[in-house]
Write a protein of this length. Structure first.
Lengths: 336, 512, 322
């Protein structure tokens, strides 16, 4: 845009725009995860013969896809400045409901979890946006409530409902094209849709505006309550869907899944450059964050003599580094 | 269509009460199409309440509003905006993290067929709008990466680009560079040409006289003057705002100050020199001797609060130094200033002073804890003694020392804060509006106390918008304007009239 | 006196009721549950049952004490469960040198985690929830790496005694919990640190303007939380008779936050209710025990717990509005 050089303008942004350092921080925040991901994949391909094979990469993709779906919903929630701790329980609940409902057919196995988990998100969203309780606490209660619901369906966790191999939904969960599982394609489609929703629709603009400054958003005419409720419903739906597909893949609704998953999801979203303070972040960053966690785990598995627990150490350290940089960055911007 | 002859906005007999306090008392205001109307008044005069009524944030308890001849009763700011009343706030009402274009067009972005945003058109549109106001920036950059001035211009552009009929500007120039002020005035003139009316709130007299047609002066929730601005003398405007008649040289006897301390010839206990901070302070120097009450005069935004904060180490400075009893203070450290004996009673009691969740006792003991404890263990007996002493001496009315501070009246909260600082045995007290928002009885008590403390040898810096309090309570008044010292009055020169003429005549801050 | 402003009074009453509930609701609930249990649960008051319940709740109480301090500063510590795991992992490594070095090593692990959390919050300025999330994720990983990912049985009798012996008939973990409750209460009420902590949580700006050492206090608060979690981890390990870093302390952060909130400490900071926190932990334990005893299983217990949390924050919100 050369017209920004017109000399007639009375107010032009002074040459002292973002400093080099600031720009570097901005890049790190937005693309840091992606850069590290590329680096890790390169190192992995170089160091391990078994890493760059199609089967291995397909494996990373499928194992990451469920976390990714949940993280997609969480990205929206966090950008509004909220948090959803219930996703791990809702994920497990979705799986159990799917396996429970498969006796009425695959459609029921898909719809029941979506309806219940969506309703769960709706209730949480209403408590947060309308009654104005803190998201942290509401979804903490949701975490317990969803797991309680799950346990009561599964006879206190003693009954594991199975999904028969012939069921359509099982084939969706387990099938693959070009060595890549169907859930991966679905996840990709959801992310594309999510990116469009966030970047290219008014709803997405509202999500950013609420996280950036809820008061200002309200004054600017953003439907704050509706938008906030919507993101929690989305988060519930996506967690339920991920749980359903995961159950389909495993052929059963495993009750103990998803414990502590909410924090892995949050970690992935934050590593992907979304600020927990809200107002900034991207769906593509979340993809990078999720894949980064997946690749770290895979690489650590490749190093045969290392226990898989190094994965947690590395992702924890990475998370710490990311938040320190983010905090520093936002402080630099505030001081201007 | 608005009737060209009648007023565009008509506010009549508006009353607004807050828990018994009358914030607006039958306020009326008429705004002709294309008129730029100044709304002035000191803190607590009711300006912001009136603005909030006009922009739909508050509903008036009594009275009506009419917009273009039709009754206007807004359920919220959104309705007011839809009716064409837009506000540009001091605290810019935009989202800093979003890009300029998105802020400008939030809620009315151009869309394509499937409801997706047309980003290219959005950027072009935003550039076009901004260019029409002479603003040329990269609309894709996040708003917060731009200067405050530009941010404000974007807010203004957003407000007026949505078919505004009335635009309320609240202190629009407070953080603008002179060059940006000119651009702003250009925008205001363009609005005037389009018959958009502007309510312009500012304390900068020069600006008011340059740009405004009419003026409404509010004081204590009432309209004290209304009319064309050109007919109103500057000195008279200042006296109306401060509530002191020009002819009334000295009413006397209303405040509880005895007046005249032995402003000893001693060396100053605190000396601040060349305090400078961009847009805020411009080389302010003040010295206070023990036993002396130095007043800081000036209108809102003149830099009085900032001067006090700078001395207390609570405001980052670009330049300047503060020495207490000859020792220079580390810049920007509140703890160091407190150790040296500086105590600041902040202007905003609620957010910077009291800790509402704690009791009277704990609030009083807070700053003096190191003296009231041994090896990290609090001495309850010593605290009891100090708390009891100060509750009695300052006549703090509370159910007991264990009552939560949040439950006390404003006056008693203020006394608790005073007690907190007196318990640290300070050398200098910086009092920022010590009697604002407290009832008459408590006010007299606080004034008498200030007197007493000065007689006991404390150096006091007094900031007060109440001119009478300032003149009678101080031995010397340093007058600030736009962040710079423009005069100093003492002895026979220290009269309300002289303070007002100093404010009205002075050229103002160097940065302007 | 009779007919003045009836409507505001009833509104005030509602606020008062909620405030009362926030402050004392937890005690009332415990009292009610105890009464119900005496009536319907056979052998509820038996010494055996009381001992079991108290031993089970002791680690939760200890962790919650630290959490209450952190929440008092308007923060939160998600890493407590991982600290317990880390402690469990460290202890067997040093048991060869004796019980004291082993326990000290375990406790130092907690202190180290607290130092990292506290530095991130106080000096870097990271939001507490994120700062402690990092070690929530990484802490358990470190624990597993240290332990080689294995469950190790513990045979050292002195250490095992920590979990199973009694003092005047009171199980040792309960004694420790009681002592620590008294200590934390004294810290909150009697020390400058305690006063400053609640002041910072109540109004950080005012605290800074009053010259309080805000950063130092915050750092210390997180260190204390880490240390207390490590104590809980040590006791739990001794009772388990095994070092189990992969599952020890799972979901502990949620239990502790629940106990604190139910106990009447507002998430907005500025207040620490030590006894309330202990009561909160007891209440949740009691609810669980009651429901399980009557074959209303874990699922119902969890849902009831969720309702209790929501009720607690709702009361806090209503009370705060007065």
């Amino acid at each position: 845009m050369t017209e920004s050089m017109t000399a007639t303008a009375a107010v032009t942004e002074p040459a002292a725009g973002p400093t080099g350092r600031e720009r570097a921080f901005g890049l790190i925040q937005r693309h840091g995860a992606a850069a590290v991901l590329v680096l890790l994949v390169a190192i992995g391909s170089f160091a391990f013969d078994r890493f760059p094979t199609g089967a291995n990469l397909g494996n990373i993709a499928i194992t990451s896809s469920f976390l990714a779906m949940v993280a997609l919903g969480m990205t929206f929630v966090i950008i509004t400045g909220g948090i959803d701790l219930s996703v791990g329980s809702v994920f497990a609940l979705g799986g159990v409901l799917a396996a429970y409902a498969v006796r009425w057919g695959s459609l029921a196995a898909l719809l029941l979890p979506l309806v219940v988990c969506g309703a769960f998100g709706l209730v949480q969203g209403l408590l947060i946006a309308r009654v104005r309780l803190a998201p942290f606490i509401v979804t903490l209660a949701g975490l317990l409530g969803a797991r309680g619901l799950l346990l009561s369906i599964s006879g206190e966790g003693s009954t594991t409902y199975l999904i028969p191999h012939g069921a359509l939904i099982a084939r969706v969960g387990q099938g693959s094209v070009f060595g890549i599982g169907y859930p991966v394609y679905l996840t990709l489609a959801l992310f594309v849709a999510g990116a469009v929703l966030l970047q290219r629709t008014r709803f997405g603009q509202c999500v950013y505006a609420i996280g950036g400054s809820e008061d200002a958003a309200e004054l600017m005419g953003v439907p704050v309550t509706r938008t906030k409720v919507a993101v929690y419903v989305m988060s519930g739906l996506l967690a339920g869907l991920a749980g359903t597909l995961n159950a389909a893949r495993l052929s059963s609704g495993v009750t103990i899944l998803g414990t502590g998953m909410e924090l892995d999801v949050i970690a992935a979203v934050v590593i992907g450059g979304t600020l927990l303070t809200g107002g900034a972040g991207s769906v593509s960053g979340t993809v990078a964050g999720v894949l980064l966690l997946g690749v770290i785990q895979n690489l650590i598995n490749q190093i045969g003599d290392l226990s898989s627990s190094y994965q947690q150490v590395v992702s924890g350290a990475f998370l710490a580094a990311v938040v320190v940089v983010q905090t520093y960055l936002s402080r630099v911007q505030r001081l201007r | 269509m608005p009737d060209e002859e009648g007023p565009l906005l008509e506010v009549s007999g508006v009353v607004k009460r807050f828990t018994g306090v009358l914030a607006l008392d039958r306020v009326s205001l008429e705004l002709a199409p294309g008129e730029v109307h100044a709304l002035v008044g000191e803190n607590g005069a009711g300006k912001s309440t009136l603005i909030k009524v006009i922009t739909g944030v508050y509903r008036p308890d009594e009275g009506t509003m009419r917009l273009a001849g039709r009754p206007a009763d807004f359920a919220g700011p959104l309705e007011a905006q839809r009716a064409g009343i837009q506000a540009v706030h001091q605290e810019i009402g935009l989202v800093p993290a979003l890009s300029v274009a998105r802020n400008l067009l939030l809620g009315r972005e151009p869309r394509r067929r499937f409801g997706t945003l047309d980003v290219g058109r959005m950027h072009r549109e935003a550039e076009r709008i901004l260019a029409s106001y002479g603003i040329d920036v990269d609309v894709r950059r996040p708003l917060r990466s731009l200067g405050v001035g530009v941010q404000q211009m974007v807010a203004l552009a957003r407000a007026v680009s949505v078919d505004a009929r009335v635009v309320v500007m609240d202190e629009p120039t407070s953080s603008l560079e002179p060059r940006e002020v000119e651009t702003l005035f250009g925008v205001v003139r363009r609005l005037r040409e389009r018959a958009v009316s502007v309510i312009y709130v500012s304390h900068r007299l020069d600006e008011l006289y340059r740009i405004c047609d009419g003026v409404t002066v509010l004081r204590d929730g009432r309209v004290v003057h209304q009319g064309p601005l050109a007919d109103l003398e500057r000195l008279r405007l200042v006296s109306l705002m401060l509530g002191r008649p020009v002819s009334d040289v000295r009413a006397g006897g209303v405040t509880r100050f005895s007046g005249g301390h032995d402003a000893a010839r001693e060396t100053p206990v605190v000396e601040a020199s060349g305090l400078t901070r961009r847009h805020v302070l411009d080389g302010v120097s003040v010295a206070i001797r023990p036993g002396e009450v130095v007043g800081l005069g000036g209108l809102l935004g003149a830099g009085r609060t900032e001067t006090a904060k700078a001395i207390a180490g609570a405001l980052p400075l670009d330049d300047g130094r503060v020495t207490v009893a000859g020792t220079p203070l580390r810049r920007g450290s509140a703890a160091a200033a407190i150790r040296a004996g500086v105590a600041l009673l902040p202007e905003d009691r609620k957010s910077e002073g009291v800790i509402g969740t704690l009791s009277v006792r704990e609030n009083i003991a807070l700053a003096a804890l190191p003296r009231l404890s041994r090896a990290g263990l609090v001495s309850e007996a010593r605290i009891d003694r100090i708390v009891e002493t100060f509750m009695r001496r300052l006549r703090i009315k509370a159910a007991g020392p264990h009552q939560r501070v949040a439950e006390l009246s404003g006056g008693n909260q203020q006394k608790v804060l005073l007690a907190r600082w007196l318990a640290t045995e300070p050398k200098i007290l910086l009092l920022d509006e010590p009697t604002r928002g407290i009832d008459v009885g408590a006010k007299a008590e606080v004034q008498a106390l200030i007197d007493e403390l000065a007689r006991d040898g404390l150096g006091v810096l007094l900031i007060s918008a109440d001119l009478e309090e300032l003149v009678e309570g101080s031995d010397r008044v340093v007058v600030l304007k736009d962040g710079a010292v423009v005069g100093e009055l003492s002895g026979g020169d220290l009269t309300e009239e002289r303070v007002m003429t100093t404010i009205a005549d002075a050229g103002g801050g160097v940065s302007r | 006196m009779t007919d003045t402003a009836a409507v505001p009074v009833s509104r005030l009453d509602r606020g008062r009721l909620l405030a009362w509930l926030q402050d004392y609701g937890v005690y009332a609930a415990i009292a009610a549950l105890v009464l119900v249990n005496i009536a319907i649960t056979p052998r509820f008051l038996s010494l055996e049952n009381l001992r079991t319940q108290l031993v089970q709740v002791a680690p939760v109480v200890i962790v919650s004490l630290g959490m209450a301090l952190v929440i008092g500063t308007e923060g939160v510590d998600l890493s407590v469960g991982s600290v317990m795991a880390l402690t469990a992992a460290l202890i067997p490594l040093y048991l060869g040198y004796g019980v004291v070095p082993a326990v000290v090593a375990g406790l130092l692990g907690g202190v180290a985690v607290g130092l990292v959390n506290g530095s991130l919050v106080a000096f870097v300025g990271v939001q507490p929830i994120v700062a402690t999330l990092a070690l929530f994720v990484g802490g358990r990983g470190i624990a597993l790496v240290v332990a080689g990912g294995q469950l190790k049985d513990i045979h050292d009798q002195t250490l095992l005694d920590l979990g199973s012996s009694s003092m005047l008939g009171v199980p040792l973990p309960v004694v420790v919990a009681v002592v620590l409750t008294v200590v934390v209460m004294a810290v909150v009420r009697r020390t400058t640190f305690g006063r400053r902590l609640v002041a910072i949580g109540g109004n950080r700006t005012a605290s800074e303007l009053s010259g309080l050492p805000v950063r130092r206090v915050l750092l210390l608060v997180y260190v204390m939380s880490g240390l207390l979690a490590a104590v809980a981890g040590t006791l739990a390990t001794a009772r388990l008779q095994a070092s189990d870093p992969s599952s020890l302390g799972l979901l502990m952060e949620l239990s502790a936050i629940t106990a604190v909130v139910v106990g009447g400490t507002p998430l907005t900071g500025g207040r620490v209710r030590v006894l309330g926190t202990v009561a909160g932990a007891l209440l949740i334990q009691l609810v669980r025990a009651t429901l399980i005893k009557h074959d209303l299983a874990d699922s119902v217990a969890q849902m009831v717990q969720a309702v209790i949390i929501l009720a607690a924050v709702y009361a806090a919100r209503g009370a705060g509005r007065r």
